[in-house]
Design a protein around this ligand. Structure first.
Ligand code: G4P
Length: 534
């Protein structure tokens, strides 16, 4: 989809120095630890441990709910900006729990690259594979970090083979580990012909680099025990013979991933990975939109909403829309057009996120992520421009996999419930359907845990106890076609029809057989499991 997968010389330097990416991983592989080290190197936090709280909070279900309640933490971690050398990194957080894959998918529409973290002992795990597939859909460039090399891990060739075979992507080693587990000494940096030695004494100390002239340099004999050096030489020779060479263009096109080995907790390999993101990661890319694409260097400002977070402050019911800037140089106070409603919006208090703080964004360039506080006008998928009617495309909404009926504990509070549910629907936290027949709402989610989180948020944020009950339906499909055809269909299938929060028609059923039948009997209609947000 990113059909300009290359770095262009004509980008203004402020845009060219931006790297906007997300980290994808299976829970526990080390995403939080790596994020923390990124921020540490980026000078955004002073001490390791500030992001930690979040990683730990995720451990148990009840703590996770607590974290959801404590909106402040998850918000400040949603998008973080920091400088690294002459680069500006924008790291966008992906929700860790597999139940939130839709949110994750949308987050990945706002980045230009992903860092895939895998655990050296476990290799490619289920959640890694799922997230990788999402990146693949967009040909997103991927840089890989193989973590926890200070522990017993798998053979290096085995890890690389597994990624190549499981994910069907070429893997090129950017570094090569020396020894494993207790014997892990560090890595040989294949890009810069350097030796990086790990300091086990102080986890926050950046590894010592030793410049050497290739693998025959006699300095190596002094630094590495004989048996490990012999193994290193053999393995690197084999790797250079058997594995593909680093091809920066193939990396940008998403066909090849360079892999760095390290130990996030020991701050080892992190700087090399960051150098890799700077040197091989893509600049802000062209954005697909209708009726034309948007190039980052365009003078006029544009951006799109990929995430909305509501009720960060329960007293004010404010929402923050996270906007990925697609083009131009934004300045605080600018008036932008909200394309969906065709109304101007003065963006007077946009925020940018540092690790533990949010601050006013005086300016932002294509590639940056800003948060715009608003009262609900901004929805996921919305485009902001300086007037042109552009609509960013490719931000999907998936048919929920689980449906339940939601009722207010107090039947008199149905209106309140509707308001609360609509808000969560706008936030993208759930799909809300109003059945044509009968009462109550049908709420659809991708993972079961979301029902619990929703129930607890509705109670906490609206003081409204609710019940989720088994729904008579298990599948939902959006129905599109000529208006007269859709109307006719809804008329004859009332008991299966609901409206989503945008008022669009949805067909609901328990049986796949029903869906097949409708598709067969109604060639004039399209039933689809995804809908583009607009
Ligand atoms: P996640 O966000 O991907 O879920 O992973 P997180 O960073 O929370 O790391 C998961 C566990 O792995 C943590 O241990 C963390 O300390 C550990 N870890 C991260 N990087 C490394 C590494 O390079 N080497 C080793 N040996 N361990 C690493 P925990 O016991 O669950 O938490 P904690 O008590 O250490 O905080």
């Amino acid at each position: 989809m990113l059909d300009n997968a290359q770095n262009r010389p004509d980008l203004p330097p402020e845009i060219a120095r931006r790297r906007t990416f997300a980290i994808i991983s299976h829970p526990d592989a080390g995403k939080t630890t790596l994020t923390e080290k990124f921020l540490l190197y980026g000078g955004a936090i002073q001490m390791a441990g500030q992001v930690r709280a979040k990683g730990e909070a995720r451990r148990t279900r009840s703590d996770f709910m607590q974290m959801e309640k404590d909106r402040g933490i998850s918000v400040s971690a949603s998008a973080m900006s920091f400088d690294f050398n002459s680069f500006r990194f924008n790291l966008v957080d992906t929700p860790g729990h597999s139940d939130f894959s839709e949110d994750t998918y949308r987050t990945l529409t706002a980045v230009d690259a992903a860092v895939m973290v895998i655990d050296g002992a476990k290799g490619v795990e289920s959640q890694t594979r799922k997230l990788f597939e999402v990146c693949r859909l967009r040909d997103l460039p991927i840089l890989t970090f193989c973590n926890k090399m200070d522990r017993e891990s798998r053979d290096t060739f085995e890890i690389i083979d597994e990624i190549q075979e499981n994910l069907a992507i070429d893997v090129t080693p950017a570094s090569w580990p020396i020894g494993v587990g207790r014997d892990f000494l560090g890595c040989y940096d294949l890009i810069n012909d350097r030796l990086e030695l790990m300091d086990r004494a102080d986890r926050n100390v950046v590894a010592e680099s030793v410049s050497i002239q290739g693998l025959d340099d006699p300095k190596l004999d002094e630094l590495i025990p004989d048996h490990l050096l012999e193994q290193l030489r053999e393995e690197v020779e084999m790797a250079r013979e058997l594995l593909p060479k680093l091809d920066p263009q193939a990396v940008l096109e998403g066909h090849m991933t360079p892999i760095w080995f390290g130990s996030a907790i020991n701050s080892f390999g992190v700087r090399e990975l960051m150098d890799g993101i700077a040197n091989y990661g893509p600049q802000p890319q062209i954005q697909n939109a209708e009726p034309r694409q948007i190039a980052p260097e365009e003078k006029k400002v544009s951006g799109f909403v990929f995430k909305v977070q509501a009720n960060m402050d329960a007293k004010h019911r404010d929402r923050v829309a996270f906007v990925r800037m697609a083009s131009g140089h934004f300045k605080r106070g600018m008036k932008l057009t909200h394309v969906r409603s065709k109304k101007p919006m003065a963006i007077s208090n946009p925020v940018m996120f540092l690790a533990s703080d949010r601050e006013l964004a005086e300016e932002a360039w294509a590639g940056d992520i800003i948060g715009i506080p608003n009262h609900g006008q901004l929805r996921i998928g919305d485009t902001l421009t300086e007037g042109e009617a552009l609509r960013v495309t490719g931000i999907p909404s998936f048919a929920p996999e689980l449906l339940q009926t939601c009722r207010a504990g107090d039947p008199m509070k149905a209106k309140h419930l509707e308001k609360a549910l609509m808000q969560f629907a706008e936030e993208g936290a759930a799909k809300v359907f109003k059945p044509m027949m009968g009462s109550g709402f049908i709420v659809g989610v991708v993972g079961a845990l979301q029902f619990e989180v929703l129930a607890s948020r509705i109670e906490l944020e609206y003081g409204l106890p609710v019940r989720f009950e088994q729904s008579q339906f298990t599948s939902a499909r959006w129905v599109t076609g000529a208006k007269a055809d859709v109307d006719k269909f809804t008329d004859t299938n009332k008991q299966h029809i609901s409206y989503d929060n945008d008022g669009d028609v949805v067909y609901m059923t328990r049986l796949q057989w029903d869906i097949d039948r409708v598709e067969r009997d109604h060639p004039e209609l399209t039933l689809s499991a995804t809908k583009e947000m607009q």
